[in-house]
Design a protein around this ligand. Structure first.
Ligand SMILES: NC(=O)c1ccc[n+]([C@@H]2O[C@H](COP(=O)([O-])OP(=O)(O)OC[C@H]3O[C@@H](n4cnc5c(N)ncnc54)[C@H](OP(=O)(O)O)[C@@H]3O)[C@@H](O)[C@H]2O)c1
Length: 316
């Protein structure tokens, strides 16, 4: 039986994304065949498709290549040595990161170790939104060692990573400030953050005495945000492309600073799913595109204005 997957046949604009028919794969030792319900779209997918960054460099000789690190769906079958999951289980995973990818597929074989069960109380849409962005948010907040009562500034609180980071920092009882456009002020206020419109004036003119900066924008916005920090503040800068620049400047100013690269962690994904299940965390999904409209999904991400996440519906 055949199914479809999205491929990057050559690096380029969103229009290069194409569909390819493949035989539904058979799970090899240690693998599970998943019928994918939803795959989420992350900025790294867009950069890789454009031929930018290390994932593109590593995969340039493997085109056509299927992007996608976040999936949710249902287990169809398993190799005989798999014992943790069963056929019919609803699962989610942060899969094949960073080199294998493959999530934009209707069916995919994945190591059982990369998957976790989705609780009944969590939708498959929310489960697909969480893995890469949710774990980046959780790992950034953990790495910054955010503590109760601290003043935390999160740049780009409305984005895929930001809206989860804001909620995790608030759950840690921090006083959270975040930057966004006017249209997201109310949304971020409802999450419990003090939202600051960065188009109105640089954040450094509006905020002082910040203990922790979680930078999800990089470049000039991050350099400006360093002016908001108190002595010995901590900085975590997440966009890899400007991380060195921001860390060097932050250290010159006497702050502790580091970049980060998200690591898949199945127990952390379980915790995030649990938090969604009990209502401690809400995923925001701006739009779900049928996978046949993957070009539109990438164009949406390229606007840089997505609130929460964009998903691909891999079932239609
Ligand atoms: N190092 C890692 O392991 C790692 C992992 C994940 C992500 N990342 C990187 O982290 C960054 C954020 O990822 P993401 O998935 O959250 O991206 P995203 O969902 O595409 O971010 C979109 C959001 O960015 C906001 N934004 C854009 N420019 C802004 C500015 N100057 N100030 C404040 N907000 C701004 C927009 O808010 P408004 O519409 O309100 O302006 C929009 O909501 C990306 O660069 C991504 O590549 C790195």
């Amino acid at each position: 039986m055949k199914c479809e997957q999205v491929v990057i046949p050559e690096f380029g604009t969103a229009e290069v994304l194409s569909l390819q028919q493949i035989e539904i794969p058979e799970p090899k030792a240690g693998e599970v065949l998943v019928k994918v319900a939803f795959a989420s779209v992350n900025p790294i997918d867009v950069k890789t498709r454009a031929g930018l960054g290390w994932a593109a460099a590593e995969n340039k000789d493997k085109l056509p290549w299927t992007p996608g690190y976040d999936i949710s769906g249902k287990v169809v079958s398993l190799a005989s040595d798999c014992s943790r999951l069963s056929a019919g289980d609803e699962v989610a995973g942060f899969i094949g990161f960073p080199l294998r990818g493959g999530g934009y597929s209707q069916y995919i074989c994945v190591p059982e170790s990369e998957l976790t069960r989705v609780p009944n109380s969590v939708t498959l849409e929310a489960a697909a939104a969480l893995p890469l962005a949710g774990q980046t948010a959780a790992q950034a907040v953990n790495k910054a060692q955010v503590k109760e009562g601290e003043r935390v500034l999160i740049l780009a609180g409305a984005g895929g990573v930001g809206h989860i980071a804001v909620q995790i920092a608030i759950a840690a009882k921090a006083e959270v400030y975040t930057t966004c456009s006017e249209k997201n002020l109310d949304y971020l206020a409802t999450l419990g953050a003090h939202a600051i419109n960065y188009h109105f004036a640089p954040v450094s003119e509006r905020l002082q005495d910040v203990d922790v900066l979680i930078d999800l924008v990089g470049g000039d916005a991050a350099l400006d945000a360093l002016k908001c920090l108190r002595d010995e503040a901590r900085v975590i800068t997440v966009p890899t492309i400007t991380a060195e620049l921001i860390c060097d400047k932050a250290k010159l100013l006497g702050f502790q600073a580091s970049g980060m690269l998200v690591q898949p962690d199945i127990e952390q994904l379980d915790t995030l799913l649990y938090m969604v299940g009990v209502g401690l965390l809400k995923t925001e999904i701006q739009h779900i595109y049928p996978y046949t409209q993957v070009t539109e999904a990438h164009l949406q991400l390229e606007t840089g204005r997505t609130r929460g996440k964009v998903l691909l519906d891999m079932q239609c």
